[in-house]
Ligand binder design. Structure first.
Ligand code: G6P
Length: 623
Protein backbone atom coordinates (compact mmCIF):
# COMPACT_ATOMS: atom_id res chain seq x y z
CA UNK A 1 0.00 0.00 0.00
CA UNK A 2 1.10 3.59 -0.04
CA UNK A 3 1.08 5.59 -3.26
CA UNK A 4 4.05 7.24 -4.94
CA UNK A 5 4.12 9.95 -7.55
CA UNK A 6 6.96 11.92 -9.13
CA UNK A 7 7.34 14.70 -11.70
CA UNK A 8 10.35 16.06 -13.55
CA UNK A 9 9.83 18.63 -16.30
CA UNK A 10 9.26 22.32 -16.79
CA UNK A 11 5.86 22.86 -15.14
CA UNK A 12 5.21 23.58 -11.50
CA UNK A 13 5.50 20.19 -9.77
CA UNK A 14 3.29 20.85 -6.72
CA UNK A 15 -0.15 20.80 -8.40
CA UNK A 16 0.82 17.76 -10.47
CA UNK A 17 1.97 15.89 -7.37
CA UNK A 18 -1.14 16.82 -5.35
CA UNK A 19 -3.40 15.77 -8.22
CA UNK A 20 -1.50 12.49 -8.60
CA UNK A 21 -1.83 11.83 -4.86
CA UNK A 22 -5.57 12.47 -5.05
CA UNK A 23 -5.84 9.59 -7.48
CA UNK A 24 -3.56 7.40 -5.39
CA UNK A 25 -5.29 8.05 -2.09
CA UNK A 26 -7.10 4.72 -2.36
CA UNK A 27 -3.72 3.10 -1.64
CA UNK A 28 -3.52 4.62 1.83
CA UNK A 29 -4.65 7.73 3.59
CA UNK A 30 -3.00 7.84 7.01
CA UNK A 31 -0.77 10.76 5.97
CA UNK A 32 0.61 12.41 2.86
CA UNK A 33 3.55 14.56 1.79
CA UNK A 34 5.47 16.12 -1.06
CA UNK A 35 9.04 17.29 -1.64
CA UNK A 36 9.79 19.83 -4.38
CA UNK A 37 13.21 20.96 -5.60
CA UNK A 38 13.32 24.54 -6.85
CA UNK A 39 15.45 25.89 -9.67
CA UNK A 40 17.55 27.65 -7.02
CA UNK A 41 18.30 24.30 -5.36
CA UNK A 42 15.96 24.65 -2.41
CA UNK A 43 14.31 21.39 -1.32
CA UNK A 44 10.97 22.01 0.36
CA UNK A 45 9.13 19.23 2.16
CA UNK A 46 5.48 19.48 3.27
CA UNK A 47 3.68 16.72 5.11
CA UNK A 48 0.52 16.22 7.11
CA UNK A 49 -1.15 13.45 9.09
CA UNK A 50 -4.55 12.28 7.87
CA UNK A 51 -6.23 12.69 4.52
CA UNK A 52 -4.85 14.59 1.55
CA UNK A 53 -6.88 17.71 2.30
CA UNK A 54 -4.73 18.17 5.42
CA UNK A 55 -1.67 18.26 3.18
CA UNK A 56 -3.40 20.76 0.91
CA UNK A 57 -4.01 22.92 3.98
CA UNK A 58 -0.36 22.51 5.05
CA UNK A 59 0.80 23.54 1.58
CA UNK A 60 -1.52 26.56 1.68
CA UNK A 61 -1.53 29.18 -1.00
CA UNK A 62 2.25 29.55 -1.18
CA UNK A 63 3.01 26.34 -3.02
CA UNK A 64 6.58 25.02 -3.01
CA UNK A 65 8.14 26.17 -6.25
CA UNK A 66 10.05 23.92 -8.58
CA UNK A 67 9.62 21.54 -11.47
CA UNK A 68 11.05 18.40 -9.86
CA UNK A 69 9.26 16.65 -7.03
CA UNK A 70 7.97 13.49 -5.40
CA UNK A 71 4.85 12.75 -3.35
CA UNK A 72 3.48 10.00 -1.15
CA UNK A 73 0.27 8.87 0.46
CA UNK A 74 0.75 6.44 3.32
CA UNK A 75 -0.84 3.35 4.82
CA UNK A 76 1.13 2.97 8.03
CA UNK A 77 3.25 -0.12 8.65
CA UNK A 78 6.34 0.94 10.65
CA UNK A 79 5.45 3.81 12.96
CA UNK A 80 2.00 5.24 13.67
CA UNK A 81 0.47 7.88 11.40
CA UNK A 82 2.14 11.20 12.34
CA UNK A 83 3.75 14.17 10.63
CA UNK A 84 7.22 12.82 11.49
CA UNK A 85 6.48 9.39 10.09
CA UNK A 86 4.85 10.78 6.94
CA UNK A 87 6.94 10.61 3.75
CA UNK A 88 9.03 12.08 2.10
CA UNK A 89 11.91 11.36 4.46
CA UNK A 90 15.17 13.28 4.28
CA UNK A 91 18.80 12.74 5.23
CA UNK A 92 20.54 14.64 8.08
CA UNK A 93 20.96 17.85 6.08
CA UNK A 94 17.72 17.92 4.08
CA UNK A 95 19.60 17.39 0.79
CA UNK A 96 18.16 14.02 -0.21
CA UNK A 97 14.53 13.01 -0.01
CA UNK A 98 12.85 9.63 -0.46
CA UNK A 99 9.33 8.20 -0.74
CA UNK A 100 8.80 4.46 -0.33
CA UNK A 101 6.09 1.84 -0.62
CA UNK A 102 6.94 -1.49 1.03
CA UNK A 103 8.94 -2.71 3.99
CA UNK A 104 12.71 -2.65 4.55
CA UNK A 105 13.09 -5.77 6.66
CA UNK A 106 16.69 -5.20 7.81
CA UNK A 107 16.08 -1.57 8.70
CA UNK A 108 16.91 -2.00 12.41
CA UNK A 109 20.48 -3.20 11.79
CA UNK A 110 21.05 -0.56 9.08
CA UNK A 111 19.73 2.10 11.40
CA UNK A 112 22.12 1.02 14.18
CA UNK A 113 25.00 1.11 11.71
CA UNK A 114 24.07 4.56 10.40
CA UNK A 115 23.46 5.95 13.89
CA UNK A 116 26.90 4.70 14.90
CA UNK A 117 28.28 6.75 12.01
CA UNK A 118 26.56 9.84 13.41
CA UNK A 119 23.32 9.97 11.39
CA UNK A 120 20.33 11.45 13.22
CA UNK A 121 16.91 9.89 12.65
CA UNK A 122 13.69 11.81 13.00
CA UNK A 123 11.04 9.15 12.39
CA UNK A 124 10.14 5.63 13.47
CA UNK A 125 9.94 4.44 9.86
CA UNK A 126 11.98 1.87 8.00
CA UNK A 127 12.08 4.24 5.00
CA UNK A 128 14.26 6.89 6.60
CA UNK A 129 17.30 4.60 6.49
CA UNK A 130 17.26 4.92 2.69
CA UNK A 131 17.78 8.69 2.86
CA UNK A 132 20.70 8.24 5.25
CA UNK A 133 22.22 5.37 3.27
CA UNK A 134 22.12 7.60 0.18
CA UNK A 135 23.71 10.44 2.14
CA UNK A 136 26.56 8.10 2.97
CA UNK A 137 27.00 6.84 -0.57
CA UNK A 138 26.46 9.95 -2.71
CA UNK A 139 29.84 11.63 -2.13
CA UNK A 140 31.67 8.62 -3.58
CA UNK A 141 29.35 7.80 -6.48
CA UNK A 142 29.03 9.31 -9.94
CA UNK A 143 25.27 9.62 -10.02
CA UNK A 144 22.12 9.46 -7.91
CA UNK A 145 21.15 6.26 -9.76
CA UNK A 146 24.43 4.61 -8.84
CA UNK A 147 24.05 5.61 -5.20
CA UNK A 148 20.50 4.22 -5.25
CA UNK A 149 21.70 0.92 -6.72
CA UNK A 150 24.35 0.55 -4.02
CA UNK A 151 21.89 1.48 -1.28
CA UNK A 152 19.30 -0.99 -2.54
CA UNK A 153 21.87 -3.76 -2.70
CA UNK A 154 22.10 -3.41 1.06
CA UNK A 155 18.43 -3.69 1.87
CA UNK A 156 16.19 -6.73 2.11
CA UNK A 157 12.43 -6.52 1.85
CA UNK A 158 10.12 -4.91 -0.65
CA UNK A 159 10.14 -1.46 -2.14
CA UNK A 160 9.02 0.95 -4.74
CA UNK A 161 10.91 4.21 -4.22
CA UNK A 162 11.45 7.61 -5.72
CA UNK A 163 14.41 9.80 -4.77
CA UNK A 164 15.35 13.44 -5.38
CA UNK A 165 18.67 15.02 -4.43
CA UNK A 166 19.81 18.65 -4.36
CA UNK A 167 23.17 17.52 -5.77
CA UNK A 168 21.46 16.09 -8.89
CA UNK A 169 18.78 18.55 -9.94
CA UNK A 170 16.66 17.47 -12.89
CA UNK A 171 16.77 13.79 -11.92
CA UNK A 172 14.37 11.49 -10.13
CA UNK A 173 15.53 7.98 -9.44
CA UNK A 174 12.92 5.27 -9.05
CA UNK A 175 13.32 1.58 -8.28
CA UNK A 176 11.12 -1.37 -7.49
CA UNK A 177 11.20 -4.80 -5.88
CA UNK A 178 7.82 -6.34 -5.09
CA UNK A 179 6.05 -3.01 -5.22
CA UNK A 180 4.56 -1.40 -8.32
CA UNK A 181 6.19 1.54 -10.12
CA UNK A 182 5.53 2.90 -13.59
CA UNK A 183 7.06 5.72 -15.61
CA UNK A 184 4.88 7.96 -17.75
CA UNK A 185 6.53 9.53 -20.79
CA UNK A 186 5.64 13.11 -21.65
CA UNK A 187 6.95 15.75 -24.00
CA UNK A 188 9.85 17.43 -22.19
CA UNK A 189 8.53 15.99 -18.93
CA UNK A 190 8.28 12.57 -17.32
CA UNK A 191 6.30 11.06 -14.47
CA UNK A 192 6.60 8.28 -11.93
CA UNK A 193 3.68 6.67 -10.15
CA UNK A 194 2.47 3.60 -8.33
CA UNK A 195 -0.23 3.12 -10.91
CA UNK A 196 -1.66 4.37 -14.17
CA UNK A 197 -4.69 6.48 -13.06
CA UNK A 198 -2.32 8.83 -11.16
CA UNK A 199 -0.80 10.08 -14.43
CA UNK A 200 -3.43 9.16 -17.02
CA UNK A 201 -4.34 12.81 -17.40
CA UNK A 202 -0.82 13.58 -18.64
CA UNK A 203 0.21 10.60 -20.74
CA UNK A 204 -0.79 7.18 -22.00
CA UNK A 205 2.73 6.14 -22.88
CA UNK A 206 3.94 4.00 -20.00
CA UNK A 207 7.03 2.01 -19.07
CA UNK A 208 6.36 -0.61 -16.42
CA UNK A 209 9.38 -1.14 -14.20
CA UNK A 210 10.21 -4.79 -13.55
CA UNK A 211 11.48 -6.31 -10.28
CA UNK A 212 14.95 -5.16 -9.27
CA UNK A 213 15.14 -2.35 -11.83
CA UNK A 214 16.33 1.20 -11.30
CA UNK A 215 15.23 4.14 -13.46
CA UNK A 216 17.05 7.44 -13.80
CA UNK A 217 14.38 9.86 -15.03
CA UNK A 218 15.05 13.37 -16.38
CA UNK A 219 12.66 15.64 -18.33
CA UNK A 220 13.87 14.16 -21.62
CA UNK A 221 15.25 10.71 -20.82
CA UNK A 222 14.62 7.47 -18.96
CA UNK A 223 17.59 5.19 -18.32
CA UNK A 224 16.84 1.71 -17.00
CA UNK A 225 19.36 -0.61 -15.35
CA UNK A 226 19.31 -3.60 -13.05
CA UNK A 227 20.68 -3.32 -9.52
CA UNK A 228 24.19 -4.00 -10.82
CA UNK A 229 24.03 -1.18 -13.34
CA UNK A 230 23.56 -3.33 -16.47
CA UNK A 231 21.56 -1.40 -19.07
CA UNK A 232 18.00 -2.51 -19.88
CA UNK A 233 16.04 -1.53 -22.99
CA UNK A 234 12.24 -1.43 -22.78
CA UNK A 235 9.72 0.06 -25.18
CA UNK A 236 6.76 1.87 -23.63
CA UNK A 237 3.25 0.44 -23.84
CA UNK A 238 0.25 2.54 -24.86
CA UNK A 239 -2.61 2.49 -22.35
CA UNK A 240 -6.08 2.74 -23.84
CA UNK A 241 -7.90 3.53 -20.59
CA UNK A 242 -10.36 6.35 -20.84
CA UNK A 243 -9.24 9.25 -18.61
CA UNK A 244 -12.92 9.68 -17.64
CA UNK A 245 -12.82 6.22 -16.08
CA UNK A 246 -10.71 7.63 -13.27
CA UNK A 247 -13.23 10.44 -12.55
CA UNK A 248 -16.47 10.29 -10.56
CA UNK A 249 -18.52 11.30 -13.58
CA UNK A 250 -21.25 13.08 -11.61
CA UNK A 251 -21.65 10.37 -8.94
CA UNK A 252 -20.99 11.38 -5.34
CA UNK A 253 -18.65 8.42 -4.77
CA UNK A 254 -16.49 6.10 -6.87
CA UNK A 255 -18.16 3.18 -5.07
CA UNK A 256 -21.61 3.92 -6.47
CA UNK A 257 -20.22 5.00 -9.83
CA UNK A 258 -18.43 1.68 -10.16
CA UNK A 259 -21.58 -0.22 -9.15
CA UNK A 260 -23.38 1.48 -12.03
CA UNK A 261 -20.47 0.72 -14.38
CA UNK A 262 -20.88 -3.01 -13.82
CA UNK A 263 -22.97 -3.81 -16.91
CA UNK A 264 -20.38 -2.09 -19.09
CA UNK A 265 -17.51 -3.78 -17.25
CA UNK A 266 -19.17 -7.16 -17.82
CA UNK A 267 -19.50 -6.43 -21.53
CA UNK A 268 -15.80 -5.62 -21.68
CA UNK A 269 -14.90 -8.79 -19.77
CA UNK A 270 -16.82 -10.86 -22.33
CA UNK A 271 -15.53 -8.93 -25.33
CA UNK A 272 -13.49 -11.08 -27.70
CA UNK A 273 -14.03 -14.10 -25.44
CA UNK A 274 -17.62 -15.00 -26.18
CA UNK A 275 -17.78 -14.74 -29.94
CA UNK A 276 -20.52 -15.25 -32.53
CA UNK A 277 -19.74 -17.99 -35.05
CA UNK A 278 -21.99 -19.13 -37.90
CA UNK A 279 -22.85 -22.24 -35.86
CA UNK A 280 -23.51 -20.37 -32.60
CA UNK A 281 -21.62 -18.81 -29.70
CA UNK A 282 -18.06 -19.90 -29.05
CA UNK A 283 -15.56 -19.39 -26.26
CA UNK A 284 -12.14 -17.96 -27.05
CA UNK A 285 -9.45 -17.83 -24.36
CA UNK A 286 -6.22 -17.70 -26.30
CA UNK A 287 -4.05 -17.38 -23.19
CA UNK A 288 -5.27 -20.78 -22.00
CA UNK A 289 -5.02 -22.32 -25.49
CA UNK A 290 -1.39 -21.26 -25.62
CA UNK A 291 -0.69 -22.59 -22.14
CA UNK A 292 -2.23 -25.95 -23.05
CA UNK A 293 -0.17 -26.06 -26.25
CA UNK A 294 3.03 -26.03 -24.16
CA UNK A 295 1.92 -29.25 -22.48
CA UNK A 296 1.84 -27.52 -19.06
CA UNK A 297 -1.68 -28.81 -18.40
CA UNK A 298 -1.09 -32.40 -19.48
CA UNK A 299 -0.68 -33.63 -15.92
CA UNK A 300 -3.49 -31.51 -14.46
CA UNK A 301 -5.61 -33.43 -11.95
CA UNK A 302 -6.75 -30.62 -9.69
CA UNK A 303 -6.74 -26.86 -9.28
CA UNK A 304 -6.05 -24.45 -6.45
CA UNK A 305 -7.44 -20.92 -6.48
CA UNK A 306 -5.57 -18.38 -4.35
CA UNK A 307 -6.60 -14.88 -3.32
CA UNK A 308 -7.63 -12.54 -0.50
CA UNK A 309 -10.70 -10.48 0.41
CA UNK A 310 -13.26 -10.10 -2.35
CA UNK A 311 -11.09 -12.13 -4.72
CA UNK A 312 -11.48 -15.22 -2.56
CA UNK A 313 -15.26 -14.88 -2.82
CA UNK A 314 -15.04 -14.86 -6.62
CA UNK A 315 -12.76 -17.91 -6.33
CA UNK A 316 -15.31 -19.71 -4.14
CA UNK A 317 -17.96 -19.13 -6.79
CA UNK A 318 -15.58 -20.41 -9.46
CA UNK A 319 -15.08 -23.63 -7.49
CA UNK A 320 -18.75 -24.53 -8.02
CA UNK A 321 -18.47 -23.76 -11.72
CA UNK A 322 -15.17 -25.55 -12.37
CA UNK A 323 -16.06 -28.65 -10.41
CA UNK A 324 -19.36 -28.91 -12.22
CA UNK A 325 -18.15 -28.20 -15.75
CA UNK A 326 -14.70 -29.80 -15.66
CA UNK A 327 -15.21 -32.36 -12.85
CA UNK A 328 -11.88 -31.03 -11.62
CA UNK A 329 -11.34 -31.03 -7.83
CA UNK A 330 -10.84 -27.39 -6.85
CA UNK A 331 -9.32 -26.15 -3.61
CA UNK A 332 -9.85 -22.49 -2.69
CA UNK A 333 -7.26 -21.17 -0.30
CA UNK A 334 -6.78 -17.82 1.38
CA UNK A 335 -3.31 -16.84 0.22
CA UNK A 336 -1.99 -15.78 3.63
CA UNK A 337 -2.88 -19.23 5.00
CA UNK A 338 -1.76 -21.23 2.00
CA UNK A 339 1.81 -20.03 2.03
CA UNK A 340 2.42 -21.29 5.56
CA UNK A 341 0.32 -24.45 5.31
CA UNK A 342 2.90 -26.77 3.71
CA UNK A 343 0.51 -27.20 0.77
CA UNK A 344 0.24 -30.29 -1.41
CA UNK A 345 0.94 -28.83 -4.83
CA UNK A 346 2.92 -29.82 -7.91
CA UNK A 347 2.78 -30.14 -11.70
CA UNK A 348 -0.63 -31.88 -11.44
CA UNK A 349 -2.16 -28.76 -9.85
CA UNK A 350 -3.29 -25.79 -11.88
CA UNK A 351 -2.77 -22.72 -9.70
CA UNK A 352 -5.10 -19.80 -10.44
CA UNK A 353 -4.06 -16.58 -8.72
CA UNK A 354 -7.05 -14.27 -8.33
CA UNK A 355 -6.13 -10.66 -7.61
CA UNK A 356 -7.67 -7.44 -8.86
CA UNK A 357 -4.54 -5.37 -8.27
CA UNK A 358 -2.05 -8.08 -9.13
CA UNK A 359 0.13 -6.85 -6.29
CA UNK A 360 -1.34 -8.28 -3.06
CA UNK A 361 1.73 -9.52 -1.18
CA UNK A 362 0.07 -12.63 0.26
CA UNK A 363 -1.32 -13.72 -3.11
CA UNK A 364 2.02 -13.12 -4.82
CA UNK A 365 3.94 -15.11 -2.23
CA UNK A 366 1.46 -18.02 -2.22
CA UNK A 367 1.48 -18.14 -6.02
CA UNK A 368 5.26 -18.06 -6.19
CA UNK A 369 5.35 -20.97 -3.77
CA UNK A 370 2.94 -22.99 -5.94
CA UNK A 371 5.02 -22.18 -8.99
CA UNK A 372 8.27 -23.17 -7.31
CA UNK A 373 6.67 -26.52 -6.52
CA UNK A 374 5.94 -27.05 -10.19
CA UNK A 375 2.36 -25.85 -10.62
CA UNK A 376 1.44 -24.09 -13.86
CA UNK A 377 0.05 -20.66 -12.96
CA UNK A 378 -2.78 -18.66 -14.47
CA UNK A 379 -3.30 -15.11 -13.17
CA UNK A 380 -6.72 -13.45 -13.18
CA UNK A 381 -6.15 -9.74 -12.66
CA UNK A 382 -7.30 -6.29 -13.67
CA UNK A 383 -3.98 -4.48 -13.82
CA UNK A 384 -1.95 -4.80 -16.99
CA UNK A 385 1.71 -5.63 -16.28
CA UNK A 386 1.13 -6.01 -12.52
CA UNK A 387 3.47 -8.16 -10.44
CA UNK A 388 1.30 -11.29 -10.66
CA UNK A 389 1.55 -11.26 -14.45
CA UNK A 390 5.27 -11.89 -14.13
CA UNK A 391 4.72 -14.89 -11.88
CA UNK A 392 2.13 -16.42 -14.19
CA UNK A 393 2.42 -18.65 -17.25
CA UNK A 394 -0.83 -17.22 -18.63
CA UNK A 395 -2.86 -14.12 -17.78
CA UNK A 396 -6.60 -13.48 -18.05
CA UNK A 397 -7.36 -9.78 -17.64
CA UNK A 398 -10.66 -8.60 -16.20
CA UNK A 399 -10.83 -5.70 -18.69
CA UNK A 400 -12.95 -3.88 -16.10
CA UNK A 401 -11.15 -0.52 -16.36
CA UNK A 402 -9.67 1.20 -13.31
CA UNK A 403 -11.42 0.59 -9.99
CA UNK A 404 -10.76 3.51 -7.65
CA UNK A 405 -13.04 2.81 -4.69
CA UNK A 406 -11.14 0.88 -2.04
CA UNK A 407 -14.03 -1.57 -1.81
CA UNK A 408 -14.34 -3.83 -4.87
CA UNK A 409 -17.54 -3.96 -6.92
CA UNK A 410 -17.08 -4.14 -10.68
CA UNK A 411 -13.96 -6.23 -10.30
CA UNK A 412 -15.92 -8.79 -8.24
CA UNK A 413 -18.47 -9.36 -10.99
CA UNK A 414 -15.88 -9.36 -13.79
CA UNK A 415 -13.54 -11.61 -11.82
CA UNK A 416 -16.34 -14.10 -11.28
CA UNK A 417 -17.25 -13.91 -14.96
CA UNK A 418 -13.68 -14.40 -16.19
CA UNK A 419 -13.23 -17.33 -13.80
CA UNK A 420 -16.45 -18.85 -15.14
CA UNK A 421 -15.10 -18.51 -18.68
CA UNK A 422 -11.94 -20.30 -17.50
CA UNK A 423 -14.24 -22.96 -15.98
CA UNK A 424 -15.98 -23.45 -19.32
CA UNK A 425 -12.62 -23.68 -21.04
CA UNK A 426 -11.47 -26.31 -18.51
CA UNK A 427 -14.75 -28.18 -19.05
CA UNK A 428 -14.06 -28.38 -22.75
CA UNK A 429 -10.38 -29.20 -22.21
CA UNK A 430 -11.25 -32.08 -19.88
CA UNK A 431 -13.96 -33.32 -22.23
CA UNK A 432 -16.49 -33.21 -19.39
CA UNK A 433 -18.68 -30.36 -20.59
CA UNK A 434 -21.14 -31.06 -23.34
CA UNK A 435 -21.30 -28.47 -26.09
CA UNK A 436 -24.96 -27.75 -25.48
CA UNK A 437 -24.35 -26.73 -21.90
CA UNK A 438 -21.34 -24.63 -22.90
CA UNK A 439 -23.46 -22.76 -25.45
CA UNK A 440 -26.28 -22.27 -22.95
CA UNK A 441 -23.87 -20.83 -20.43
CA UNK A 442 -22.24 -18.52 -22.97
CA UNK A 443 -25.68 -17.27 -24.01
CA UNK A 444 -26.66 -16.73 -20.38
CA UNK A 445 -23.40 -14.88 -19.70
CA UNK A 446 -24.06 -12.62 -22.66
CA UNK A 447 -27.48 -11.64 -21.32
CA UNK A 448 -26.03 -10.72 -17.90
CA UNK A 449 -25.07 -7.09 -18.71
CA UNK A 450 -28.59 -6.27 -19.90
CA UNK A 451 -30.12 -8.04 -16.91
CA UNK A 452 -27.85 -6.12 -14.58
CA UNK A 453 -28.98 -2.84 -16.14
CA UNK A 454 -32.53 -3.86 -15.17
CA UNK A 455 -31.47 -4.60 -11.59
CA UNK A 456 -29.87 -1.16 -11.37
CA UNK A 457 -33.01 0.52 -12.70
CA UNK A 458 -35.22 -1.31 -10.20
CA UNK A 459 -32.87 -0.53 -7.35
CA UNK A 460 -32.65 3.15 -8.30
CA UNK A 461 -36.45 3.27 -8.17
CA UNK A 462 -36.29 1.79 -4.63
CA UNK A 463 -34.02 4.58 -3.31
CA UNK A 464 -35.28 7.45 -1.14
CA UNK A 465 -36.60 7.27 2.43
CA UNK A 466 -39.89 5.63 1.40
CA UNK A 467 -38.34 3.12 -0.98
CA UNK A 468 -37.34 -0.40 0.02
CA UNK A 469 -33.61 0.48 0.04
CA UNK A 470 -34.30 3.49 2.25
CA UNK A 471 -36.27 1.34 4.73
CA UNK A 472 -33.68 -1.44 4.81
CA UNK A 473 -30.78 1.02 5.09
CA UNK A 474 -32.49 2.82 8.00
CA UNK A 475 -32.95 -0.51 9.82
CA UNK A 476 -29.41 -1.78 9.20
CA UNK A 477 -27.84 1.57 10.05
CA UNK A 478 -29.22 1.26 13.57
CA UNK A 479 -28.38 -2.37 14.23
CA UNK A 480 -25.20 -3.66 15.87
CA UNK A 481 -25.03 -6.86 13.85
CA UNK A 482 -26.54 -8.55 10.85
CA UNK A 483 -26.54 -12.07 9.35
CA UNK A 484 -26.23 -13.11 5.69
CA UNK A 485 -27.15 -16.60 4.51
CA UNK A 486 -27.10 -18.53 1.23
CA UNK A 487 -26.59 -22.05 -0.07
CA UNK A 488 -24.37 -23.28 -2.88
CA UNK A 489 -23.26 -20.26 -4.93
CA UNK A 490 -25.47 -18.22 -2.60
CA UNK A 491 -22.92 -18.74 0.19
CA UNK A 492 -19.98 -16.89 -1.44
CA UNK A 493 -22.57 -14.27 -2.37
CA UNK A 494 -23.49 -13.98 1.32
CA UNK A 495 -19.79 -13.68 2.22
CA UNK A 496 -19.31 -10.87 -0.30
CA UNK A 497 -22.50 -9.10 0.81
CA UNK A 498 -21.38 -9.24 4.45
CA UNK A 499 -17.89 -8.00 3.53
CA UNK A 500 -19.32 -4.97 1.69
CA UNK A 501 -21.42 -4.03 4.71
CA UNK A 502 -18.51 -4.44 7.12
CA UNK A 503 -16.05 -2.58 4.92
CA UNK A 504 -18.00 0.56 4.17
CA UNK A 505 -20.58 0.91 6.94
CA UNK A 506 -18.72 -0.72 9.87
CA UNK A 507 -21.83 -2.73 10.82
CA UNK A 508 -20.78 -6.14 12.05
CA UNK A 509 -21.98 -8.82 9.65
CA UNK A 510 -21.57 -12.59 9.51
CA UNK A 511 -22.17 -14.86 6.55
CA UNK A 512 -23.15 -18.49 6.92
CA UNK A 513 -24.19 -21.35 4.67
CA UNK A 514 -27.95 -21.29 5.34
CA UNK A 515 -28.03 -24.89 6.58
CA UNK A 516 -25.29 -24.22 9.12
CA UNK A 517 -27.20 -21.49 10.90
CA UNK A 518 -29.01 -23.89 13.20
CA UNK A 519 -25.69 -25.35 14.38
CA UNK A 520 -24.71 -22.32 16.41
CA UNK A 521 -25.10 -18.85 14.95
CA UNK A 522 -28.88 -18.94 15.23
CA UNK A 523 -28.25 -18.19 18.92
CA UNK A 524 -27.25 -14.67 17.88
CA UNK A 525 -30.60 -13.88 16.28
CA UNK A 526 -33.25 -11.72 17.88
CA UNK A 527 -35.49 -8.91 16.54
CA UNK A 528 -32.51 -6.52 16.52
CA UNK A 529 -30.34 -8.70 14.24
CA UNK A 530 -31.68 -8.64 10.67
CA UNK A 531 -31.14 -11.57 8.34
CA UNK A 532 -30.36 -11.11 4.65
CA UNK A 533 -31.05 -14.28 2.67
CA UNK A 534 -30.18 -15.25 -0.87
CA UNK A 535 -33.43 -16.88 -1.98
CA UNK A 536 -32.87 -16.78 -5.73
CA UNK A 537 -34.11 -19.79 -7.65
CA UNK A 538 -31.88 -22.85 -7.42
CA UNK A 539 -31.85 -26.49 -6.51
CA UNK A 540 -31.77 -25.72 -2.77
CA UNK A 541 -34.45 -23.01 -2.89
CA UNK A 542 -36.89 -24.97 -0.68
CA UNK A 543 -34.14 -25.60 1.88
CA UNK A 544 -33.32 -21.88 2.06
CA UNK A 545 -37.01 -21.14 2.64
CA UNK A 546 -37.00 -23.63 5.54
CA UNK A 547 -33.93 -21.91 6.99
CA UNK A 548 -35.69 -18.56 6.70
CA UNK A 549 -38.67 -20.03 8.56
CA UNK A 550 -36.40 -21.14 11.41
CA UNK A 551 -35.22 -17.57 11.68
CA UNK A 552 -38.65 -16.00 11.49
CA UNK A 553 -39.73 -18.24 14.32
CA UNK A 554 -37.11 -16.29 16.36
CA UNK A 555 -38.68 -12.96 15.34
CA UNK A 556 -35.73 -11.85 13.18
CA UNK A 557 -36.40 -9.31 10.44
CA UNK A 558 -35.84 -10.96 7.05
CA UNK A 559 -34.63 -9.29 3.84
CA UNK A 560 -34.60 -11.60 0.82
CA UNK A 561 -33.00 -11.43 -2.61
CA UNK A 562 -35.29 -13.42 -4.92
CA UNK A 563 -35.87 -14.19 -8.58
CA UNK A 564 -38.40 -12.15 -10.53
CA UNK A 565 -41.76 -13.91 -10.64
CA UNK A 566 -41.36 -15.51 -7.20
CA UNK A 567 -44.49 -14.06 -5.59
CA UNK A 568 -44.42 -16.72 -2.84
CA UNK A 569 -41.30 -15.27 -1.22
CA UNK A 570 -43.34 -12.32 0.05
CA UNK A 571 -44.89 -14.63 2.67
CA UNK A 572 -41.46 -15.41 4.11
CA UNK A 573 -39.69 -12.06 4.10
CA UNK A 574 -40.28 -8.52 5.37
CA UNK A 575 -38.54 -6.98 2.35
CA UNK A 576 -37.73 -8.50 -1.04
CA UNK A 577 -35.36 -7.34 -3.78
CA UNK A 578 -35.85 -9.06 -7.12
CA UNK A 579 -33.29 -9.93 -9.78
CA UNK A 580 -33.97 -11.41 -13.24
CA UNK A 581 -33.93 -15.19 -13.70
CA UNK A 582 -30.50 -16.64 -14.51
CA UNK A 583 -28.85 -20.06 -14.20
CA UNK A 584 -28.14 -20.76 -10.52
CA UNK A 585 -24.37 -20.35 -10.90
CA UNK A 586 -24.78 -16.93 -12.54
CA UNK A 587 -27.41 -15.58 -10.15
CA UNK A 588 -24.84 -14.20 -7.62
CA UNK A 589 -23.47 -11.86 -10.30
CA UNK A 590 -26.89 -10.18 -10.37
CA UNK A 591 -27.80 -10.69 -6.71
CA UNK A 592 -24.69 -8.91 -5.45
CA UNK A 593 -25.95 -5.62 -6.89
CA UNK A 594 -28.77 -5.09 -4.32
CA UNK A 595 -26.33 -6.08 -1.56
CA UNK A 596 -23.74 -3.54 -2.77
CA UNK A 597 -26.36 -0.80 -2.92
CA UNK A 598 -27.78 -1.66 0.49
CA UNK A 599 -24.25 -1.35 1.97
CA UNK A 600 -23.85 1.97 0.21
CA UNK A 601 -27.02 3.41 1.66
CA UNK A 602 -26.24 2.09 5.14
CA UNK A 603 -22.81 3.75 4.93
CA UNK A 604 -24.42 7.02 3.84
CA UNK A 605 -26.96 6.81 6.66
CA UNK A 606 -24.13 6.28 9.16
CA UNK A 607 -22.02 9.10 7.70
CA UNK A 608 -19.11 6.82 6.77
CA UNK A 609 -16.39 7.61 4.26
CA UNK A 610 -17.58 5.37 1.43
CA UNK A 611 -14.60 5.49 -0.90
CA UNK A 612 -11.96 5.39 1.79
CA UNK A 613 -13.11 3.23 4.69
CA UNK A 614 -11.10 3.47 7.88
CA UNK A 615 -8.05 1.20 8.23
CA UNK A 616 -8.32 -0.23 4.70
CA UNK A 617 -6.24 0.10 1.57
CA UNK A 618 -7.12 -1.11 -1.88
CA UNK A 619 -4.02 -3.14 -2.40
CA UNK A 620 -2.12 -4.62 0.48
CA UNK A 621 1.48 -5.00 -0.58
CA UNK A 622 2.73 -6.09 2.83
CA UNK A 623 2.26 -9.40 4.57
C1 G6P B 1 -7.53 -5.45 0.12
C2 G6P B 1 -8.78 -4.72 -0.33
C3 G6P B 1 -9.89 -5.71 -0.68
C4 G6P B 1 -9.38 -6.70 -1.71
C5 G6P B 1 -8.14 -7.43 -1.21
C6 G6P B 1 -7.51 -8.30 -2.28
O1 G6P B 1 -7.73 -6.02 1.36
O2 G6P B 1 -9.21 -3.83 0.67
O3 G6P B 1 -10.99 -5.01 -1.21
O4 G6P B 1 -10.39 -7.62 -2.01
O5 G6P B 1 -7.15 -6.47 -0.82
O6 G6P B 1 -7.05 -7.48 -3.32
P1 G6P B 1 -6.62 -8.00 -4.73
O7 G6P B 1 -6.12 -6.80 -5.45
O8 G6P B 1 -5.57 -9.04 -4.53
O9 G6P B 1 -7.84 -8.59 -5.39
Amino acid sequence: MCGIVGYVGTKSATPILLEGLRRLEYRGYDSAGIAVLSGAGELQVKKATGKLHNLRTAVGTIEPEGSVGIGHTRWATHGRPSDDNAHPHTDCHGDITVVHNGIIENYAELRDELQAKGHTFRSETDTEILAHLLEDLLPTTASLAEAARLALQRVTGSYAIAVVSRAHPGHIVGARLNGPLIIGLGDGENFLASDIPAILKHTRSIIILEEGEVADVTPTSVTLTDLNGAAIARAPIQVDWDAEAAEKGGYPHFFVKEIHEQPQALRRALLGRVVERPDGLALRLEALDKLAATGALDKMRRAVLLGCGTSIHAALLAKYAMERWARLPVEVSIASEYRYADPIVGPDTLCIAVTQSGETADTLAATRLAREMGAPVVAVTNVVGSAITRVADAVLYLQAGPEISVTATKTFVTMTTVLYLAGLWLGRHSGQLVEVEERQMLAALQTLPGQMERVLETMTAAEGPDGAIGRVAARLAGCHSCMFIGRGPGFPLALEGALKLKEISYVHAEAYPAGELKHGPIALLDPTVPLIADATTGHTYEKVISNIQEVRARDAHVIAIATEGDGGIQRHADEVFYVPAAPEILAPILAIVPLQLISYHVALARGCNVDQPRNLAKSVTVE
